[in-house]
Design a protein around this ligand. Structure first.
Ligand code: UD1
Length: 421
C-alpha cells in the first residue's frame, strides 16, 4: 500500500495554485447526463473521485475527450443506461448524484448505494424524500435505490428539507431540472458548489434561481443543450494549504481562490495569530508558527466547514492554551484521526460533540493512518509540523480529493516522499 513519508520542521514558502473544487466537480460531471450536447468543462481536478465518476459516465455511454489536462469535453447525448456499474458507484460517496441525474434524464434510475468516506452515518433519507415528492416511486433495497415514476408521474413540487443537506439539495436540483412545473427546495444548503452546479446547469439552459440562499427554485425546461463552463476553485483544498502554513510557519501566496469563500476559514486562523493579505483571486498567508488558542464550531456554509475540522484541529494541537472544537454536522467525525494525532503527542479530550485541545509545544513523528480524506490531509499537516519522520498510511483516501498534493507541498519546501510500499 502506498504511503507518505514526511520529514517535518520545514517552513513553507512560495506560491501554490488551487485546483478545481472536488465537491463541485463530482456534482457537475454527472449533471452533464441531463445535457444533450457537448459540455466543455474547465478546471476539472485530476483526483481519484473524478476519475471514478468519469469511468462511470463512460460506461453509461458518455464520450469524454481531454482538450487540456484539466479541460474535458463531456458528451452524454448517447448514454443508454439508467443503471451505472455498481462496482464503481460503491467506490465513492458522490455517486449518489447519479440518482437525481438519471431520474431526470430517463425518468428511472437503478443506483447502488454509495461508498466513500464513512466518518459518520451518512443517511440519504432527504434525497429519497425529495425524489418521492417529485412523484417518484422509490424502492430501496439493502444495497440499491430503484426509482421510477409513481402513479401520478414526475413533476415539480415543494420540498422542505428536514436537515440542511448538500447532497439532497444537489440531487433534487438535478432531478427537477427536466420535469414539468416548478420545484421549490426550502432549507436548502448554500455551499459554493451548490451555486456552481446551478450556474453550470443554467449555462446549459436550465432555469434555476436562488442557489446560494436557503430557497432554491427550479423551473422545469424541456431540454438542456451543451456549453462551456469552468468549475470554481476548491475552498477546502485552499483551506488545507492555509492551515498547513499557519501550523508550520511561512509565507505563501495561495492563488486561484474566491476570497469570499475563504472568509469562514481565515477569520478563525486570524484569531489564532495568522496574517492574511487578500488579492482579487489570491490570498497571502503569513505565519510565524506560534498560534493562539481559539473556539470553532462547524456549521453549514457560510459557517466554518466540517471539512476543515481536522486541519484546524492540528493547528489547535500546537497553539498556546486550550482550544474548543465543536462538530455540529457529523458528530462522530473526531473518532479515528484524533487517536492518530494523540499518537503524535497531541492532547485532545473528546466530550460529546466537542474536542478540548490543550496545545503542545510540538508534535513528534509517528506511523499514522488516514481514516478519510480530510482526516488524512490533517495528518499530512501534523507530519509537516512534527519533529522527526511521520508515515501516513492509507493515502488512497487523501488522493480522492487532493490533486498533486505531494508535488504542491514539496514546491513550497515540504519534504514528503510518496512510497509505493
Ligand atoms: C457534502 C460534502 C462533504 C461535506 C458535507 C457537509 C460533497 C460531495 N460532499 O456531503 O464533503 O462534509 O457535505 O458539508 O459535496 N443528512 C441526513 N439525511 C440526508 C442527508 C444528510 O440526515 O438525506 C445529514 C447528514 O448525516 C449530516 C448533514 O445532514 O449530518 C449534512 O450532510 P450533507 O450536507 O448531506 O453531506 P453530504 O452531501 O453527504
Amino acid at each position: 500500500m502506498a504511503r507518505y513519508v514526511i520529514t517535518g520542521g520545514n517552513r513553507l514558502e512560495g506560491t501554490v495554485t488551487i485546483s478545481g473544487a472536488k465537491n463541485a466537480a463530482v456534482a457537475i460531471l454527472p449533471a452533464a447526463i441531463l445535457v444533450k450536447g457537448k459540455c466543455r468543462v474547465e478546471n476539472v481536478p485530476d483526483i481519484s473521485d473524478v476519475r471514478i465518476m468519469l469511468r462511470i459516465l463512460a460506461d453509461l455511454g458518455a464520450k469524454i475527450e481531454y482538450e487540456a489536462p484539466s479541460t474535458i469535453i463531456l458528451d452524454c447525448t448517447d448514454i443508454h443506461s439508467s443503471c451505472p456499474n455498481p462496482e464503481y458507484v460503491r467506490k465513492m460517496r458522490a455517486s449518489y448524484y447519479l440518482m437525481g441525474a438519471l431520474l431526470s434524464r430517463f425518468h428511472e434510475a437503478h443506483v447502488a448505494l454509495p461508498g466513500g468516506c464513512n466518518f459518520a452515518a451518512r443517511p440519504i433519507d432527504q434525497h429519497i424524500k425529495g425524489f418521492a415528492a417529485l412523484g417518484a416511486d422509490v424502492d430501496e433495497t439493502e444495497d440499491y435505490v430503484n426509482l421510477k415514476p409513481g402513479p401520478k408521474g414526475l413533476q415539480g413540487a415543494k420540498i422542505s428539507l428536514d436537515v440542511v443537506s448538500v447532497g439532497a439539495t444537489v440531487n433534487i436540483i438535478m432531478a427537477a431540472c427536466l420535469l414539468p412545473g416548478k420545484t421549490v427546495i426550502e432549507n436548502a444548503a448554500k455551499e459554493p458548489h451548490i451555486v456552481d452546479l446551478a450556474n453550470f446547469l443554467n449555462t446549459m439552459g436550465a432555469h434555476i434561481s436562488g442557489a446560494g440562499t436557503d430557497t432554491v427554485k427550479i423551473y422545469g425546461v424541456e431540454e438542456l443543450k451543451g456549453g462551456s463552463y469552468a468549475i470554481i476553485p476548491d475552498q477546502i483544498e485552499a483551506g488545507t494549504y492555509l492551515a498547513a502554513v499557519a501550523a508550520t510557519g511561512g509565507n505563501v501566496l495561495v492563488q486561484n481562490i474566491i476570497p469570499k469563500h475563504m472568509e469562514c476559514i481565515t477569520s478563525k486562523l486570524q484569531e489564532m495569530g495568522v496574517q492574511f493579505i487578500y488579492y482579487d483571486d489570491a490570498v497571502r498567508v503569513i505565519s510565524d508558527g506560534r498560534l493562539q488558542h481559539t473556539t470553532v464550531k462547524t456549521r453549514p456554509y457560510p459557517g466554518f466547514p466540517t471539512d476543515m475540522q481536522s486541519q484546524i484541529c492540528v493547528c489547535m494541537s500546537i497553539a498556546e492554551g486550550i482550544s474548543r472544537l465543536t462538530e455540529s454536522v457529523y458528530e462522530t467525525r473526531f473518532f479515528g484521526y484524533c487517536t492518530e494525532l494523540a499518537s503524535m503527542g497531541a492532547d485532545i479530550l473528546i466530550s460529546g460533540k466537542t474536542a478540548i485541545i490543550s496545545g503542545r509545544e510540538n508534535l513528534s513523528g509517528a506511523v499514522v493512518r488516514a481514516h478519510d480524506l480530510r482526516a488524512g490531509a490533517a495528518l499530512v499537516i501534523a507530519g509537516l509540523v512534527a519533529q522527526g519522520a511521520t508515515e501516513v498510511e492509507n493515502i488512497n483516501f487523501i488522493e480522492r480529493g487532493y490533486e498533486r498534493l505531494v508535488e504542491k507541498m514539496n514546491a513550497l519546501g515540504a519534504d514528503i516522499k510518496r512510497l509505493e510500499k
